[in-house]
Each structure stands twice: as structure tokens, then as C-alpha cells.
Design a protein around this ligand. Structure first.
Ligand SMILES: [Zn+2]
Length: 222
């Protein structure tokens, strides 16, 4: 009750804007945090994610236009609340995916600690927690970066591999992964090099299957 009142007060002080187009929201769009125009315009992609070391994967949107700008605000402008909105779409995307639905636990792709400190939260962890809550399964921090990595943009395939190889290690107890089907969450799937390396270390630690689910995928694999 108090939380609802507080939320309403915050909405009055800071009128809520659409997660995607950033226009002011009205009426029934307010609780959804997405305007009706964007709800109509957003195309949920149906093709799978492909890459090495993971069993299967899915994503919601192409990383362009308003989706791209929205994820940028989520990562760099402190829009933590977008995680709940994206999770709604991630859960919706899971509906037809019988493979991914088998997951026993949720985890996320670890980010560079420096970026995390700067923004004060791990955006991928926030997404993962919301998805786990929606699926009613456990969310576990399973990996950490052992060194900072460069962005994958503009790197050639062999450079990508070198950039990420050995940069991720398992940070949880092995029993937590042994024989488990793990669903790994991230915001953007770019080249698959990072997701592949994470899947590889999870498997080495005993995970039976690794699935990937992201909010967006870049159009080109660069
Ligand atoms: Zn909108």
C-alpha cells in the first residue's frame, strides 16, 4: 500500500516516459511503461541465436532505432527500471521456446567491474533477476570477469576470441552447476564470442546445457 502511494507520488514528480520512444506516458500505458504506439511497432523476432558452446538461444529485438537508444539509457543513464520492462518481453519470448523453458537456473553474462562500479549496478544481473522471478526459478551469480575486456565492436573474429578467451571464470560452487540446464541472460548479443566463452566455462564446470536469451541482437555480426 505504502509502496503504491510512493510510486504514484514519484509518477507525479517525474512523469513516466516510454521505455522505448521516451515520450510521456498517459493512462493505461503508465503501468506498462511502454506507449501503445511502441507496443504496436515493436517486432518480436522469432529466429534463434546461433553460436559456439551454447545449445540454443533466442532474442527479442533487433538492436536498432528506439531499441538501441532504450538499451543505451538502461546501461548508461541509470534507467534501472527498464529491467522489469525488458524482462516482460524476455518472458514472452520464452513462451514458444520449449528448450529454453527447461532451464533449472538463471544466470547472466558478467560485465566489466569498472563499468559496473561507474553505473552502480550490473544491468545484466538486474535483467536476470526479473526473468528468474517470472519463471519461478533460482537466479545465481555463476561467473566473473578475471580481467577487463574491450568492446567487441570493430574487432575481427580472431581478435574477438582473443579478447574474451580466459577472461571469464566460474565464481560459484561447482555443485550449483553440476548437471544443470542454465539460462544465461544478457542485454545485447553481438558476435556470440562472449556468450560462447561463458557457455564454455559453465560447461567445463559441469553444466549440462547452456541457453542464451538476450533483449536484442545486432543486425550484423561484425
Ligand atoms: Zn513509446
Amino acid at each position: 500500500m505504502l509502496k503504491q502511494l510512493l510510486d504514484r507520488l514519484l509518477d507525479l514528480l517525474f512523469p513516466p516516459k516510454c521505455t522505448f520512444c521516451h515520450d510521456l506516458l498517459e493512462g493505461e500505458d503508465i503501468p506498462l511503461r511502454v506507449c501503445s504506439r511502441c507496443r504496436e511497432k515493436l517486432v518480436m523476432m522469432q529466429d534463434p541465436l546461433k553460436g559456439e558452446f551454447f545449445d540454443s538461444g533466442a532474442y527479442c529485438f533487433t538492436y536498432e532505432g528506439m531499441v538501441r537508444k532504450s538499451i543505451h539509457r538502461f546501461k548508461f543513464n541509470g534507467r534501472k527500471e527498464y529491467a522489469a520492462v525488458y524482462a516482460r518481453y524476455l518472458l514472452q519470448r520464452l513462451e514458444g521456446e520449449t528448450d529454453l523453458q527447461q532451464a533449472d537456473l538463471i544466470t547472466w553474462v558478467p560485465t566489466n567491474r569498472k563499468n559496473e562500479r561507474k553505473r552502480g549496478y550490473s544491468h545484466a544481473a538486474l535483467l536476470a533477476r526479473h526473468v528468474a522471478e517470472g519463471m519461478g526459478i533460482l537466479c545465481v551469480e555463476t561467473m566473473e570477469k578475471t580481467r577487463e575486456t574491450r568492446g567487441m565492436y570493430g574487432l575481427k573474429p580472431h581478435e574477438r576470441r582473443a579478447n574474451i578467451l580466459g577472461a571469464v571464470k566460474v565464481s560459484c560452487k561447482r555443485e550449483q552447476l553440476a548437471g544443470k540446464k542454465v539460462l544465461m541472460i544478457d542485454d545485447i548479443f553481438t558476435t556470440g564470442a562472449t556468450a560462447g566463452e561463458c557457455a564454455r566455462v559453465l560447461r567445463m564446470a559441469g553444466a549440462e546445457k547452456v541457453f542464451v536469451l538476450t533483449v536484442a541482437k545486432t543486425e550484423k555480426s561484425y
